[in-house]
Design a protein around this ligand. Structure first.
Ligand SMILES: *Cc1c(COP(=O)(O)O)cnc(C)c1O
Length: 460
């Protein structure tokens, strides 16, 4: 029998387990001493045991599963710095292959250029800078003022577009949304375009409802402006999500370089490109669309290299994983996966519709594989309550969020039918939503304090 006043020692901890079971973990001060590798491993792992389950995170568009062979590529290349092109020329070549394949997928008319980025956000910053530089060159050539650049886009864009405008001193001309109108078209854009417009940004697959702006209509408008007023305003397509969905689900729908004014496109490899976080792409229509001044030629570690990035050092793994997916799936594989996701999204939409509680937003339009929905009638609970109830009871992360101005009175919920969401999961999710609603109907909405704990916003 152990004595009553037995005090555990460090030797016991080494024998029986880690001392963090009863001690606070380091959180503020830089630790004086270290701990054994196994303990550090357990410390971090146990902290993460309380994390949300990515498989039930239907809020994010970002990849939460890759197959084991892809994981092996990633794990075995973590020690390779992507930017060391001279040292790792094959990795640099694989980046170029991905850029060429994406240019092909997006119907670039000839030889082009582009860049690997950390995600669509960096791609958009770089694309926006190129728009600004090219506009300034046009203005200077015409002997006109370059002091008041503006960029035109809808309220349905991702926050990164406003960020670009603020960081790089461009006036944002934002077309507001309306209740029931969650994308923009040529009539919205027209009044905002003038000689100081560096470009128009349109979205393929908005984060709010998964639909696309009227890109064909905006392209036609910009062509008309070019012919009638001599203003050549480029169109950038933010295809962060849609760039890996439309080519496979809607191959005949034109949104890319088939449209003359589309000069650049960004896409997130880590969304429907099906790679883990840390990769995006920027693709130009032609080499001339990339402002030359933004490319840095540098002599580094003995070789001349040209770079067009905001970051410098970064891992190689996700570039290699992107190329892995391209050769692994091809058009046929991506089409198969996207169609599966779309099928499941449609089943979920039907089930939600059959409950008689919800309005499904734009289900017959071209859309990302997701369901955007809202309560159809007045109830004693709202969409935020449903999100809270689903998370608390079942661990599903299905976000509720209000729309941007001037549709801010509208609250929407959104469930992504992700690659790993099986038909069985869809059935369970639909049942869980229905149960959450009947629980809420009985007890009324969740308390304000409970509600504030859930993360809202459309995610990404
Ligand atoms: C996700 C998203 C972004 C930001 O992309 P990251 O890859 O997360 O940097 C920009 N625009 C749209 C439309 C998006 O969906």
């Amino acid at each position: 029998m152990m004595s009553e006043n037995y005090q555990p020692t460090d030797a016991d901890a080494a024998l029986f387990g880690n001392r963090f079971v009863t001690q606070e973990v380091p959180t503020r001060e830089f630790p004086e001493t270290g701990i054994p590798a196994e303990d550090a491993f357990r410390l971090v792992s146990e902290d993460l045991a309380l994390e949300g389950d990515p498989a039930r995170n239907l809020a994010t568009f970002v990849t939460t599963w890759m197959e084991p062979q892809a994981q092996r590529i990633i794990a075995t290349n973590l020690h390779r710095n992507f930017i060391d092109h001279a040292e790792y020329p094959r990795t640099a070549e694989i980046e170029q292959r991905c850029i060429r394949m994406l240019a092909d997928l997006f119907h670039a008319p000839g030889e082009t250029t582009g860049a690997r980025t950390q995600g669509s956000s960096e791609a958009i910053m770089l694309g926006g800078l190129s728009l600004k530089w090219n506009w300034r060159k046009r203005r200077e050539a015409a002997g006109a003022s370059t002091s008041r650049p503006n960029l035109v886009f809808g309220g349905d864009v991702h926050v990164v577009w406003e960020k670009f405008c603020r960081y790089f001193d461009v006036e944002p001309r934002i077309v507001p949304l309306q209740p029931g109108k969650y994308t923009i078209g040529p009539a919205d854009v027209q009044p905002h375009v003038d000689e100081n417009t560096i470009g128009v940004a349109a979205v393929l697959g908005t984060t709010f409802t998964g639909h696309k702006d009227d890109i064909v209509g905006i392209n036609d408008l910009l062509l008309r402006i070019k012919h009638e007023r001599g203003l050549d305003v480029p169109l950038h397509v933010d295809a962060a999500s849609g760039g890996f969905v439309w080519p496979f689900l809607y191959p005949d729908s034109k949104w890319d370089f088939r449209l003359e004014q589309v000069r650049s496109i960004n896409v997130s490899g880590h969304k429907f490109g099906l790679v883990y976080p840390g990769i995006g792409w920027l693709i130009f229509r032609e080499k001339a669309d990339l402002a030359k001044d933004l490319v840095f030629e540098e002599n580094y570690l003995g070789k001349t290299d040209s770079t067009f990035t905001l970051n410098f050092s970064t891992g190689s793994s996700m570039v290699l994983a992107q190329y892995y997916n391209f050769v692994r799936y091809g058009r046929a594989g991506y089409t198969y996966i996207m169609q599966n996701m779309q099928t499941n999204a449609r089943v979920l939409a039907e089930k939600l519709d059959a409950m008689g509680l919800f309005e499904i937003i734009g289900r017959n339009e071209e859309q990302l594989p997701l369901v955007a929905f809202r309560l159809a009638d007045d109830t004693n609970y709202d969409e935020f309550d449903i999100a809270w109830q689903l998370a608390a009871e079942r661990g599903w992360m299905v976000p509720a969020y209000t729309m941007p101005p001037n549709a801010q009175e509208v609250t929407i919920m959104r469930a992504l039918a992700k690659e790993t969401l099986s038909r069985e999961h869809v059935d369970t999710l639909a049942r869980d939503i229905e149960e959450a609603c009947s629980t809420l109907a009985k007890k009324g909405g969740a308390h304000e304090s409970e509600r504030n704990k859930i993360i809202t916003g459309p995610g990404h």
